[in-house]
Design a protein around this ligand. Sequence first.
Ligand code: TMP
Length: 207
Amino acid sequence: MAAPDGMFITFEGIDGSGKSTQARLLADRIPDAVLTREPGGSPGAEEIRALLLTGDPARWSAETEILLFTAARRDHLEKTIRPALLAGRTVICDRFADSTRIYQGATRGDLRAAVDRLHDLMIGQEPDLTFIIDMDPVLALERGLARRSGEDRFEEMGLAFQETLRHGFLHLAHDHPERCVVIAGQRPPEEIAAEIAAQVAARMEPV
Ligand code: TMP
């Protein structure tokens, strides 16, 4: 398969961290950007999203979740991400494989090796740049549940779960400094957006 040309930027963080707002604000600054999300981002993957995010928190085991999130990602990659990158467009994705590495790989037993093997086999794509929006889980959880989107399965797993996620994301950033940038999320959105735009501008001309 040909190497993609466009830049692939992802946003990660715990639930309620403000990353979706930041993904949108960045997309507003880049004329040709494709703004997309996971789980979802293609018709088939959006159907899988509904299975994953609604219902009883105990509905799926972490292992089953790994398979469903990866199935959704494969469809998203085939139908949306790769075609856009090959067309030279910037793809901005609200969550990607790092979410599976942390939510499924590091919260309910150590399943990281399984996540990584499946990723290598079925996805094999990493972002060029990942913004990890860091946030106090107490504040983030209030925001997340306050939205009551009906897609609260992971928010309902509670504060300790969100604390584990936060540490997981910070460790991941530490392990991948070549692509991960940690952003302090407890600031006005415009201030955060300006910092993110500056980081992107340093890697891509012009923003
Ligand atoms: P969102 O709230 O950012 O739209 O994300 C949906 C939820 O799905 C969020 O609670 C995180 C979770 N999730 C995983 O557990 N694993 C994944 O691989 C992805 C992409 C999301």
